[in-house]
Design a protein around this ligand. Structure first.
Ligand code: IPD
Ligand code: CA
Ligand code: CA
Length: 267
C-alpha cells in the first residue's frame, strides 16, 4: 500500500469504512427498507448510509474539496480545483436482488481531470485503484487491459436500458450489430465494475449510453491507467457530460466505435 499517494490512501480508508455497512445490509437485503425513486430505479437506505460515511470521511481528510454524489448531488467547497465524484453503491438492482455484483466508486477530479480512482466490490473484496500516471491495480497487483485485437475473439460488455430509461430501440440496433461480430456479450448491472473489469482484462471492451458522471468517473481512469482507451460513442472525450462510453484496448475501442456508429446510421 505504501506506493499510494496520500489522497488514494484516504479514499481506500473511506471506502473500506462505507463498505462495512454495505456488507451488513447486503446480508440482510430482504429486510432492507426500500423507497421507490422512479420506475425500475430503487434507492435503498444502504446507498444513503454509504454515501454519508464517504462524505464524512473524505470531508474530514480533505476539508474544502467539493463533491458530486449520486444521492445528495453537488456540495460546493471553497477549493474549486478539487472535487470527489461518488457513487456509493453502483449496481443497486443487483444489491437488492442479492446478486454480489456492486461497488463503491470514487473519482478525484483535479482541475477538471480525474487524477485518482477507486472501485471496490465489498463482497469479493476486490479493490481496483489507479492514479494518473501511476498505473492501475487490483488488490496491489498491476492490471492491464486485454490484448486481443480481434472482435471475433472478444467478450464485450454493455448496459441495457431498462424500464423508465430512454434508448431501448437504439440499444437493440447496437446489440444486433455487436452480437454478430463478437464471441460473447455480457451485462453485469454495474457500470463501475464493467470498466474495472475492462481494466483488468476480464472484458475486452464495453459500451453503454446515458450514464451519469458518478457511474464512470473512476472507471475511466482505471481503464486508461491499465493501458486502455475510453471515448464517447461519437469518438470524443466528453463521456462525463454525455454519459455515453466505449472502452477497450486501442484496436477494439475503435472497431466498436465504427460498429456502433454504423448501427446508429442504419438503425
Ligand atoms: C446503474 C449501473 C448500471 C447501469 C445504469 C446505472 P446504479 O447505476 O451502473 O450498470 O446500466 O445505467 O444507473 O443505479 O446501480 O447506481
Ligand atoms: Ca450508478
Ligand atoms: Ca448508485
Amino acid at each position: 500500500m505504501s506506493r499510494h499517494s496520500p489522497a488514494l490512501t484516504v479514499m481506500i480508508a473511506a471506502a473500506r469504512k462505507a463498505a462495512r455497512g454495505l456488507q451488513r445490509d447486503f446480508g440482510e437485503v430482504e429486510n432492507l427498507q426500500v423507497s421507490l425513486k422512479g420506475p425500475g430505479d430503487f434507492v435503498s437506505n444502504a446507498d444513503r448510509k454509504a454515501e454519508k460515511i464517504l462524505f464524512e470521511e473524505l470531508s474530514k481528510a480533505r476539508p474544502g474539496y467539493g463533491f458530486l454524489m449520486e444521492e445528495s448531488g453537488t456540495v460546493e467547497g471553497p477549493d474549486k480545483s478539487h472535487r470527489w465524484i461518488i457513487d456509493p453503491l453502483d449496481g443497486t438492482t443487483n444489491f437488492l436482488h442479492g446478486i454480489p455484483m456492486f461497488a463503491i466508486s470514487i473519482g478525484l477530479e483535479r482541475d477538471g481531470q480525474i487524477v485518482a480512482a477507486l472501485v471496490y466490490n465489498p463482497v469479493t473484496d476486490e479493490m481496483f485503484v489507479a492514479e494518473k500516471g501511476g498505473g492501475a491495480f487490483l488488490n496491489d497487483r498491476r492490471i492491464r487491459v486485454a490484448s486481443r485485437r480481434d472482435l471475433a475473439q472478444s467478450v464485450v460488455c454493455c448496459g441495457i436500458p431498462h424500464l423508465g430509461r430512454p434508448g431501448h430501440r437504439g440499444f437493440l440496433t447496437e446489440l444486433s450489430a455487436v452480437m454478430n461480430e463478437v464471441s460473447g456479450v455480457r451485462r453485469t448491472g454495474s457500470a463501475a465494475l464493467d470498466l474495472a473489469y475492462v481494466a483488468a482484462g476480464r472484458f475486452d471492451a464495453y459500451w453503454e449510453a446515458a450514464l451519469s458522471a458518478w457511474d464512470i468517473a473512476a472507471g475511466i481512469l482505471l481503464v486508461r491507467e491499465a493501458g486502455g482507451f475510453v471515448s464517447d460513442i461519437d469518438g470524443s472525450d466528453r463521456m462525463l457530460t454525455t454519459g455515453n462510453i466505449i472502452a477497450g484496448n486501442d484496436q477494439l475501442r475503435s472497431q466498436l466505435e465504427k460498429l456502433l456508429k454504423k448501427a446508429r446510421r442504419e438503425g
